[in-house]
Design a binder for this molecule. Structure first.
Ligand code: SF4
Ligand code: SF4
Length: 431
C-alpha cells in the first residue's frame, strides 16, 4: 500500500493529458482538470457527491474490516512507514538505533543523525512540492524552484506541507493517531462483533512464557505465545495487542506479521495474532463462517447506497454538457418601445465553454411569435473561457398581448449540434 499510494501521489501530477497536466486544480483560473473532465466552481455538486461517497466508503470498510484506512492508506501511517524505513536504512534496526541513541557524542553518530534528518527533510520538501504541483502546473513549478522564482504562496505551502510531513512522520508519529486524530474516537460506533480486527488468540497463546525450542508443550503447560514481545516492539502505536482490542490499534497487522515469523521459527501454526472477528474468535469459526457473517444487512445496505451513488455520479458526469449558460433580465430596462413600435427587452447572457477547443456558437430564441435577436447572435469562445454579453430581443408591435411571456433561449455549437444548452426567462410586453 505504501508503494501504491505513493506512486499515485508523486506520479499523477507528471501525467500529461491533451497537452496539459492530467490532474490539476488550477485555483487561479478556477478550473479543475481531471483527465478528460474540465470542471468549474459551479460543478461543486460533483465534489459534494464524491465526499458523500468517500464518507460512505469509510463506513462500509470500517464495518467490514475495522480501521482499514488507518492501517493501510492514511498518509500518517504511510509516511511514518517511509520515515521509519529511512531511519532503519541509516541507523540500522531497533537494537542498533537504541545503541546509537545511548552512545556518547561521536563523528559517526553526528554523521548518521545528520544524514537521517537530511533524508527526512528532503523527502518532506519533495512531498510539499508534489502537493503544490496539484494546484500549479508542476513543470512550471519545477522551473520556478530551479530559478529560485517561486511566488509567496507556493513557497509557503511547499514549506508548510514539507515541514508538516517531516514533523508528523519523523517525530509525532503514533501521537497523531493516539491523541489528535478524531477518527479513532468515533470508529467504535461503527464496529460490531462481526467486524474484522487484529486480535490475539488468548485461548491458544496463554499461558505465555519462554521455552526452549525442543521443550514439550504438554509438560510445560504453556500456550503458544513465547513472550518474545516482538509484536509490541514492532507496533507503530506502541501497544500490546495481547491486552485485547484497544482504541490505539490502527489495524495495520504489523504485529500479526511479526508473530507469524516467530511462529514459523518455533514451529507452531501461524495466526496467533491474526485478522478475525470477535464472534469468530470466541466461537472458533472457520474463515468461511466469518466471511458469511461479514456480509450482514448493515454491510449490504451500505454497499447498495454506495453503488447507487457511484453509478449516479458517473452517469451524471457522462451526460454532462460542457456548455453552461445563464440569463438574467437587465435590471435597468424592464421593457421599452423602440422605433416603429417594436417592443424590446434586454437580458444579460453568460456563456461558459467547458470544452478544451475553441467553439463557435449560435443563439436562438423560441416562445414568442416574431421574436428577433437584435444583439449579436453568433460568437466564438476560447477553450474553458466564459463571456458575459447583452442579449437584446424585439417583437413586432401587436404580435403579443400585454404581460409576461415565457421564452426559451438556446445556445448551440455550430460544429456540433449536440453541444447545446437552454435556459428559460420571460419577455415583458407593456400595456
Ligand atoms: S496492535 Fe498490531 S495491528 Fe494494532 S497498531 Fe499495533 S501493530 Fe498495528
Ligand atoms: S510476537 Fe507472538 S509470540 Fe511473541 S509475544 Fe507477541 S504474541 Fe507472543
Amino acid at each position: 500500500m505504501v508503494w501504491v499510494t505513493q506512486i499515485i501521489f508523486y506520479g499523477l501530477p507528471w501525467v500529461e493529458w491533451n497537452n496539459r497536466q492530467a490532474v490539476l486544480f488550477d485555483l487561479e483560473v478556477r478550473t479543475f482538470y481531471l483527465f478528460n473532465l474540465v470542471l468549474f466552481p459551479h460543478d461543486l455538486i460533483y465534489l459534494t457527491v464524491l465526499l458523500i461517497i468517500s464518507a460512505l466508503s469509510l463506513f462500509l470498510f470500517t464495518a467490514v474490516a475495522g480501521r482499514l484506512w488507518c492501517g493501510f492508506a492514511c498518509p500518517q501511517t504511510v509516511y511514518t512507514e517511509i520515515y521509519l524505513w529511512m531511519e532503519k536504512l541509516v541507523e540500522g534496526d531497533r537494537q542498533a538505533r537504541m545503541r546509537l541513541d545511548q552512545a556518547g557524542h561521536s563523528f559517526q553518530k553526528f554523521g548518521k543523525k545528520t544524514l537521517k534528518h537530511l533524508l527526512w527533510l528532503g523527502f518532506g520538501l519533495w512531498t510539499g512540492f508534489t502537493f503544490v504541483g496539484y494546484f500549479t502546473p508542476i513543470d512550471q513549478l519545477g522551473q520556478a524552484v530551479l530559478q529560485a522564482s517561486l511566488g509567496p504562496w507556493q513557497t509557503f505551502w511547499i514549506l508548510f506541507y514539507g515541514f508538516a510531513t517531516y514533523g508528523n512522520a519523523g517525530f509525532l508519529r503514533e501521537k497523531i493517531c493516539k491523541y489528535m486524530c478524531p477518527y479513532a474516537r468515533f470508529q467504535s460506533a461503527m464496529f460490531d462483533r462481526d467486524t474484522l480486527i487484529v486480535t490475539y488468540d488468548a485461548g491458544r497463546g496463554e499461558p505465555r512464557g519462554g521455552r526452549s525450542r525442543t521443550a514439550d508443550l504438554s509438560q510445560l503447560k504453556l500456550g503458544h505465545c513465547v513472550d518474545c514481545t516482538l509484536c509490541v516492539q514492532v507496533c507503530p502505536t506502541g501497544i500490546d495487542i495481547r491486552k485485547g482490542l484497544q482504541y490505539e490499534c490502527i489495524g495495520c497487522g504489523v504485529c500479526a506479521d511479526a508473530c507469524d515469523a516467530v511462529m514459523d521459527k518455533v514451529g507452531y501454526p501461524k495466526g496467533l495474532v491474526r485478522f478475525t472477528t470477535q464472534n469468530g474468535l470466541q466461537q472458533g469459526w472457520s474463515s468461511r463462517q466469518i466471511w458469511r457473517r461479514v456480509l450482514r444487512p448493515r454491510v449490504l445496505v451500505y454497499s447498495a447506497i454506495l453503488l447507487l451513488l457511484t453509478v449516479a455520479l458517473f452517469a451524471s458526469l457522462y451526460m454532462r454538457t460542457p456548455l453552461k449558460i445563464d440569463v438574467v433580465r437587465d435590471s435597468g430596462v424592464m421593457s421599452r418601445l423602440v422605433q416603429q413600435g417594436y417592443i424590446e427587452n434586454v437580458f444579460r447572457l453568460r456563456v461558459l465553454n467547458a470544452t478544451e477547443q475553441v467553439q463557435h456558437y449560435r443563439i436562438t430564441v423560441q416562445g414568442l411569435p416574431g421574436v428577433q435577436i437584435e444583439s449579436e447572435s453568433r460568437f466564438s469562445l476560447e477553450p474553458t473561457a466564459a463571456r458575459s454579453m447583452a442579449l437584446t430581443l424585439r417583437v413586432p408591435p401587436g404580435s403579443s398581448a400585454a404581460g409576461a411571456h415565457p421564452i426559451r433561449i438556446e445556445v448551440q455549437a455550430e460544429a456540433d449540434p449536440s453541444l447545446r444548452a437552454t435556459t428559460d426567462s420571460v419577455f415583458m410586453v407593456p400595456r
